[in-house]
Design a protein around this ligand. Structure first.
Ligand code: GLA
Length: 394
């Protein structure tokens, strides 16, 4: 889709990310939500501005029927393009594709799911629809009335009305408005990683904040965005997460090895898991990649620590995430063009001579392994193991 507003140049985002790694996060204004990274579905990559009430309902139904809800995916989030006009008093109404937002929220809730919506601090959204500028209080009240549980707040045209140094204030303003409604709503900041958002996202109530520009695309895009998170792990914890954007699995540009790579990396990053594919028709492999319980458990681990890179040799990388049970999740990634063996030395992840190893994708114990674990990883693929020091049970 053609953007109505230009985004911050990608190179500047990268620079901000590098600078941002220098200090640690401020204390969060904690709203007690999103204690583990939010999981759900967002329509944007599949439907863009064609999204409608019936599309949202059909995907909510699928989420329940295909087992994704049981696997933890509960947010059903409308992205851009639902907005209609404001009435004489300034209250927002949905457009003709959404006849009754309260009824849609009720329907989503009746399935045991949660309801997400989208707006912008600017006068217009990125798709050119009505934003919340100068209507923050009214919009927050409207969302509460509709039963909204999650707001993605997307910078877009706010760049035309606010200076960069006013960005925090603009996000804080909506957070205050949300709080005043008395309805708990997960607050998702979307400003593409500008101004090193990880440093101040929690301060303005952010439960998650996008760290990058829009991910939509192939393996190169997914890996470029995902692997650049090294160093940002110190800004994350229960209630506040880095958001490298929506899962591209099953949308069409990733093969299954590449899909497993995105899932593996996102889980090691403790990233929000928002599926972006058409849930009403997907392959068995896509569903398996999205719902492997042992892989999801890495993402949802109670410790809430984001993983980081522990080893690299050109396009081969090993990442590690400490888990609440004292074990470590380890991802072995092959970003090269052909299959290659990759090893992790246990010393590199703080484990002594031997360790119990479990293959999380295969859900299989591999037994006691000495010194290092080696696995053949396909081109653009990933392996994910759980490693625990000898004698402790996995
Ligand atoms: C921006 C956001 C995307 C999506 C679109 C909608 O580009 O980064 O995630 O919300 O706007 O217009």
């Amino acid at each position: 889709m053609k953007r109505a507003f230009a985004l911050w140049p990608y190179a500047a985002v990268c620079t901000a990310m590098i600078l941002g790694a220098a200090s640690s996060a401020p204390a969060a204004q904690d709203n007690q939500l999103a204690r583990t990274p939010p999981m759900g579905w967002n329509d944007w990559y599949q439907y863009e501005c064609k999204v409608s009430d019936s599309i949202m309902r059909a995907n909510a139904d699928a989420l329940v029927n295909n087992g994704m809800k049981a696997a933890g995916y509960v947010y059903v989030n409308i992205d851009d393009c639902w907005q209609g006009k404001r009435d004489g008093k300034g209250f927002i109404h949905p457009n003709e594709r959404f006849p009754d937002m309260k009824a849609l929220g009720d329907y989503i809730h009746s399935k045991g799911l949660k309801f997400g919506i989208y707006s912008s601090p600017g006068p217009k959204t990125c798709g050119g629809y009505e934003g919340s500028y100068r209507h923050e209080e009214q919009d927050a009240q409207t969302y509460a009335k509709w039963g909204v549980d999650f707001l993605k707040y997307d910078w877009c045209s706010a760049a035309n009305v606010y200076k960069p140094e006013e960005m925090r204030g603009a996000y804080g303003k909506m957070y205050d408005a949300l709080r005043r409604t008395g309805r708990p709503m997960v607050y998702s900041l979307c400003q593409y990683g500008l101004e090193a958002v990880w440093r101040w996202g929690p301060e303005v109530g952010g439960n998650l904040w996008r760290t990058t520009d829009d991910i939509g695309g192939d393996y190169d895009r997914v890996s470029l965005f995902g692997f650049q998170h090294n160093g940002l792990e110190k800004f994350v914890g229960p209630g506040h997460w880095n958001d490298p954007d929506i899962l591209q699995i099953g949308i069409g540009k990733l093969n299954n090895d590449e899909g497993r790579t995105q899932m593996t990396l996102w889980c090691l990053l403790a990233a929000p898991l928002l599926a972006g594919n058409d849930l009403t028709k997907m392959s068995r492999e896509t569903l398996e990649i999205l719902t492997n319980p042992e892989v999801i458990a890495v993402d949802q681990d109670s410790l809430g620590v984001e993983g980081h890179r522990v080893w690299q040799e050109g396009p081969l990388e090993v990442w590690m995430k400490p888990l609440g049970d004292g074990s470590k999740a380890v991802g072995l990634f092959n970003r090269s063009g052909s299959g290659l063996p990759i090893s992790v030395r246990f010393a590199a992840i703080g484990i002594g001579h031997s360790a119990q190893v479990r293959d999380l994708w295969a859900r299989k114990d591999l037994g006691l392994v000495s010194e290092k674990y080696t696995v053949e990883v396909p081109r653009h693929g990933a392996a994910l193991i759980k490693v625990k020091a000898e004698n402790s049970k996995l």
